[in-house]
Design a protein around this ligand. Structure first.
Ligand code: SF4
Ligand code: SF4
Length: 477
């Protein structure tokens, strides 16, 4: 269960393609208490919960609000709660950094590349203020996940954008700017399906050239989608998994629906159960869509990968059924499949399969960086980072797979020594996930922080599925 909680409905910025209302109150104490009680009522005693502080701009609620809210949430849920904040970072200072470190809050922001491109899309002055926040986070050893939104302007200059993030050593996710639902005015920022497919396919090759030094979570998820372990909300049954609480306590199906009252599911002060929410008109409409998608997309080769895509995007482009990027997804999955097959049939990989035997838990995915991502192993960029921390040079660490994995694990586990006491009580699964370089999170809506956008693979015994299974699809939900 992933909840998006809005400390503030207002935002300091006015990004041209934002789907949010940019207005609204700071969440008051009574509403937060009701939200806390409601979240607790949603999850079983041992069940994990992920809460992303979002908005609006969450930091507008102030440090006192956050200190109070984080302490109460941590006290209520303990280590089974995963916390994240998605902010433009303009207000991120040392005090916020200390607070987020103390409560183990993952930090994400939005930045569209170098200054000229970013400010053309997000407004004058945005870049400098967000980079200042990134610098503050770096001083405190906080990793930042970046959402990078591509419009026709930045898609035409994708290499500049990629090189910027590579230079800055910032991992990012690729979001196409999609239309805002219900807006009649022209939306020049929106990226068409054709342009999105071209962008991803061209950038994917470039990514593979640089995958040892940067992580682009969107591409990793497309690759994992082929093995059935994609964790992006777009490609899974999202209804009921990514609920959003606006700053006035209203509940929505996800962040993208927040300003649209017609899509409201309920109010936290009523403490509705999931069953109560499912009786709302909004829920019924989204559920009907999920059923219709099974028919509408039934002959698509990628239906078990895509599941019809994002409901919001489908509504925003007017069809209400298939995601507006349907054609793009088909092209991208086919492209990534070709790349994966090329690595599977490479001499190195086939030799590893022959030498180690097909019963190895890694199946056919042995030797190749894309294959490593697909099976959920440590990301190649993490291995490089580990090598650099061990002063092994700038290239990838030497040694066999297990040696490299141990190097990464050692580096990843090191910060645990500084962890607060509650964290020491975290389940062994957290440690296993850290060793595997994965978070285990089922991941989040498109609009959320990408910082923990990976999930543990369902299995390392991989078979690439080339055709859809209606049976498998009907098992969703
Ligand atoms: S962004 Fe789309 S796919 Fe993700 S939770 Fe919202 S409606 Fe579902
Ligand atoms: S790619 Fe298109 S047709 Fe295939 S499942 Fe996704 S939305 Fe449906």
């Amino acid at each position: 269960m992933h909840i998006m909680l809005h400390p503030s409905g207002s935002c300091t910025t006015r990004c041209g393609y934002c789907f949010g209302p940019n207005t609204g109150p700071i969440m008051d104490d009574a509403t937060f208490s009701a939200a806390l009680d409601w979240m607790e009522s949603l999850v079983q005693p041992m069940q994990s919960l992920e809460v992303t502080l979002h908005g609006g701009e969450p930091l507008l609620a102030g440090i006192t609000w956050h200190r109070h809210a984080l302490a109460r949430m941590r006290a209520r849920f303990g280590p089974r709660l995963r916390l994240a904040v998605q902010s433009n970072l303009w207000l991120l200072d040392d005090a916020f950094c200390d607070l987020f470190t103390e409560f183990d809050v993952t930090v994400g922001t939005s930045l569209d590349g170098p200054e000229s491109i970013n400010n053309a899309q997000r407004g004058t002055g945005y870049y400098a203020k967000t980079m200042r926040g990134i610098e503050a986070a770096r001083r405190h050893d906080i990793d930042i996940g970046i959402i990078c939104t591509f419009t026709p302007l930045s898609a035409a200059r994708w290499r500049d954008v990629f090189d910027f993030f590579l230079r800055e050593r910032l991992s990012f996710s690729v979001h196409g700017a999609i239309p805002t639902m219900g807006l009649c005015a022209p939306q020049p920022f929106a990226l068409t399906a054709d342009a999105y497919a071209k962008l991803v396919v061209e950038m994917f090759d470039y990514y593979l050239q640089h995958i040892r030094h940067i992580r682009v979570s969107t591409f990793d998820q497309f690759a994992r989608g082929l093995t059935g372990s994609c964790a992006v909300c777009t490609f899974g049954p999202c209804l009921g998994h990514y609920l959003s609480i606006s700053s006035d306590g209203s509940i929505y199906p996800c962040n993208r629906f927040v300003p649209h009252r017609a899509w409201q599911l309920g109010t936290v002060s009523d403490r509705p159960s999931v069953q109560d929410l499912s009786h709302s008109l909004s829920w019924q409409r989204l559920q009907d869509r999920e059923k219709q998608i099974e028919q509408d997309c039934g002959d698509c080769a990628y239906i078990t990968r895509c599941n019809g895509g994002c409901a919001y995007h489908a509504l925003a482009v007017g069809t209400g059924l298939r995601d507006g990027y349907c054609q793009a997804y088909q092209r991208i999955f086919a492209y990534v499949m070709d790349k994966a097959l090329a690595q599977i049939f490479s001499q190195e990989n086939l030799a590893a399969v022959v030498n180690e035997g097909v019963s190895d838990r890694r199946g056919l995915l042995r030797n190749g960086e894309l294959l490593q991502v697909m099976r959920g192993g440590p990301h190649p960029s993490s291995i490089t980072a580990a090598a650099q921390e061990f002063d092994l040079g700038t290239g990838p660490p030497q040694g066999d797979h297990e040696t490299r994995t141990r190097s990464v694990a050692t580096v990843r586990m090191a910060p645990a020594a500084k962890s607060p006491a509650w964290r020491a009580k975290a389940s062994p699964m957290s440690a296993i996930r850290a060793l595997a370089g994965t978070s285990g999170s089922r991941t989040m809506p498109q609009c959320a922080s990408p910082a923990r956008k990976t999930s543990a693979p369902k299995s390392e015994s991989m078979v690439i599925k080339t055709r859809s299974s209606r049976l498998a699809h009907s098992n969703r939900a």
